[in-house]
Design a protein around this ligand. Structure first.
Ligand SMILES: *Cc1c(COP(=O)(O)O)cnc(C)c1O
Length: 411
């Protein structure tokens, strides 16, 4: 049964049995016992598998799908994803190590992110992964490593495009940015790379994240391919990979709906021959984090205290923004909106009420649901925040107020 939380989009991935939420076929009450504590995160590997398989079925065969690990770097999740996708994108040497420990072949791993330290660049070069160059300093450091070791580091040039992904949740390209090398400077950078001891792989163009409008993604992908085709004329060698980013969003908030990937797939089908013509032999890569894992996860905490303050119900829980900053609205939201939240053991409930779900931190920012219509909860009940498989635990200020950590389960 689909979980209905109007005005949120229906959640087709988890079930309800005896009014209890089920994840991967397990009741959330049983999962809390298995976890040994609340709060905890639980991720459903079956959902990840279906998301990847459904996307691959829609996309042209030539398009490679990579998993951007920072969305959810839990090692067990990374191992599971590795079996489903064509490569992993990491954003630090720490993530690189998790990817390699999971068994990823180095030539399937790429490393993007500003401010890579000399140590990170040295480690990445030694591992033989592809490094997406974000600055001229990185070129200098990597060329010195190549000269010193006699082994040419594999590099791709990350381009800060001269356009933006429209209506994107987070803009990561266009205008002045700390990411990548400005498109207009790339030709001279490519000329500089030519004679250096570097193994040129191609381009990386990532323009944004969390977009639910297919037309905007289509437009960004068309512009990315056109930009890469122009830059390829200046490349010091064949373009082997063209990574055009991702930006695919999932519905979090009231009135948001699922992204329609059909027009994106149709557009990619048209782009594949263009890429083949302008960059023969180049692999076209999409890198996605949130879209592949975001819907698979839930954050579960327990109601410690049910309080009435001037007619308003507060469910005070043992979890909050220290484990789930994004659900509190403090991770890139301009106006705070509610994530989909249910009482896990009273999804419908015999009665319903308007209640706010808050955490134990001494700040009014610690809010997981603001005046939401929920099954009437009692102390000891479980509060579940859906759409929590990406940018959950790892992007939260876990040390803030020194409460116990959350655990993570993959089922
Ligand atoms: C964060 C990031 C991604 C993943 O973005 P999602 O919105 O989670 O799909 C992909 N590529 C790069 C370079 C990133 O920094």
């Amino acid at each position: 049964m689909t979980i209905a939380i109007p005005p949120h989009a229906p959640h087709p991935w988890f079930g309800v049995e005896d009014d209890c939420l089920t994840i991967g076929g397990h009741s959330v009450v049983e999962l809390a016992i298995q976890a040994g504590q609340t709060p905890f995160y639980v991720y459903d590997r079956g959902v990840m598998t279906r998301k990847v398989n459904e996307l691959r079925a829609a996309l042209p065969r030539e398009v490679h799908v990579h998993y951007a690990m920072k969305a959810n770097p839990m090692p067990a999740v990374v191992r599971h994803m590795l079996g489903l996708v064509d490569g992993l994108d990491v954003a630090s040497a720490g993530e690189m190590q998790v990817a390699l420990d999971a068994g990823a072949a180095p030539d399937l791993v790429s490393f993007a992110g500003p401010g890579k330290t000399d140590s990170e660049l040295t480690r990445a070069a030694a591992a033989g992964i592809t490094i997406n160059i974000e600055s001229e300093r990185e070129i200098r450091v990597l060329a010195a490593i190549g000269a010193r070791t006699g082994r040419r580091p594999r590099v791709a040039v990350r381009v800060n495009p001269d356009f933006e992904l429209k209506t994107s949740g987070m803009k990561m390209g266009g205008g002045p940015k700390q990411f990548g090398i400005d498109a207009e400077r790339v030709p001279e950078v490519l000329a500089a790379i030519g004679p250096l001891p570097l193994d040129f792989q191609g381009f990386h163009i990532f323009s944004g994240s969390q977009n639910l409008r297919a037309e905007a993604i289509v437009e960004a992908q068309q512009k990315s391919v056109a930009l890469a085709a122009r830059l390829a004329q200046h490349a010091p060698g064949p373009v082997r990979t063209l990574n055009i980013g991702g930006g695919f969003g999932i519905p979090y908030f009231p009135e948001e709906r699922l992204l329609d990937v059909a027009p994106i797939a149709a557009n990619l089908r048209a782009l594949v021959p263009q890429v083949a013509q302008a960059m023969p032999g180049a692999q076209l890569v999409l890198e996605l984090g949130r879209y592949l894992v975001g819907e698979s996860g839930a954050y579960v905490c327990r109601v410690i205290d049910r309080k009435l303050s001037r007619g308003h119900v507060f469910l005070v829980c043992d979890g909050g923004l220290h484990h789930h900053l994004a659900a509190s609205g403090n991770f890139g939201q301009v106006i705070r909106k509610n994530y989909p939240v249910v009482i896990g053991n009273r999804v419908q409930g015999t009665e319903r009420e308007s209640a706010s779900v808050v955490g134990p931190l001494c700040t009014p920012l610690d809010l997981l649901a603001d005046r939401m219509n929920l099954g009437r909860a009692r102390e000891g009940d479980l509060v579940v925040v859906l759409q929590s498989g990406a940018y959950g635990l790892s992007s939260s200020p876990r040390a803030f107020l020194s409460h116990p950590p959350a655990v993570e389960l993959l089922v």
